[in-house]
Design a protein around this ligand. Sequence first.
Ligand SMILES: O=P(O)(O)OC[C@H]1O[C@H](O)[C@H](O)[C@@H](O)[C@@H]1O
Length: 295
Amino acid sequence: MPVVEKQDRIILQHPNGASAEILYYGATVISWKVPSPTNAEPSERLFVSSKAALDGSKPVRGGIPVVFPCFGAPTHPDHAKLPQHGFARSEIWKFGGIVMDNEAGVSVRLTLEPTASIKEKYERPFELAYVVTVAEHQLSTNLHVKNTGLSTTGHLEFQALFHNYIRAPADEVVITPLHGVTYYDKTEPTEELKAQAKTETRPAVDVQNFTDFVYENAPGKYVVTSPTGKLEIKTKNFPNVVVWNPQAEAGSKIGDMETGGWEKYVCVEPGYVRGFVSLDVGQTWTGQQVLTVLE
Ligand SMILES: O=P(O)(O)OC[C@H]1O[C@H](O)[C@H](O)[C@@H](O)[C@@H]1O
């Protein structure tokens, strides 16, 4: 059975060995094991902290949390009552059916509509559908956002991001090609400095120091390279990418981060987080990423 439904999660199994696990909580992909073109033995490509809560008590520290409708602390009046990174990563999604189940890919849909707990803090009408697909060397995630409102409720304004925790030795991993791209540095101490546009000068971006950079007008296709593997991230409708690694400086202050966890991953997070997507009534926006194992 290539799609296995358990009480708290769905497991996708591709006939050639790749697999993924998705929690209903947050629609969080918490495991992606995949063979590489040169090694038929599937290996885990995502990082999940051993201290992460997987029981729905708090967002998962690792895997691929879905960030919606705000990235970071809310800045839009519609999001004012929401926690950091919004509610999508901490709500229970529904199973919306199998989309595809063959050699080309094994794929399921999860859905989220306003629940009582969302309505307490967020009033906009919306529908989310999240489609996760496992192929031989690939994992694709697609987020479809629909404005289900009436003409009187107006535009749906939101941010969205896939918070990928890519398993890799943080002292050796590099991300390309970001040379020449404008970015904002969230590690700066003041709001004024955080808002200052900088230009990336490195041909290959590393995270050997505490890094929390939001790249603007990013190329949409990235390669994450380390001695343990090479991964391509190809995106659609995500003009930004965030590169985050807290290193010991900030990582040791994160309650659900295992000791030294920051040495084991880099977050490369495609998103729409500078400004807002503005969706007219009845319209749907789709953000997509395709992760391909190259080595
Ligand atoms: O601790 P969390 O709410 O999961 O956020 C973890 C991190 O997410 C993103 O990468 C942000 O750019 C960081 O500033 C933030 O620290």
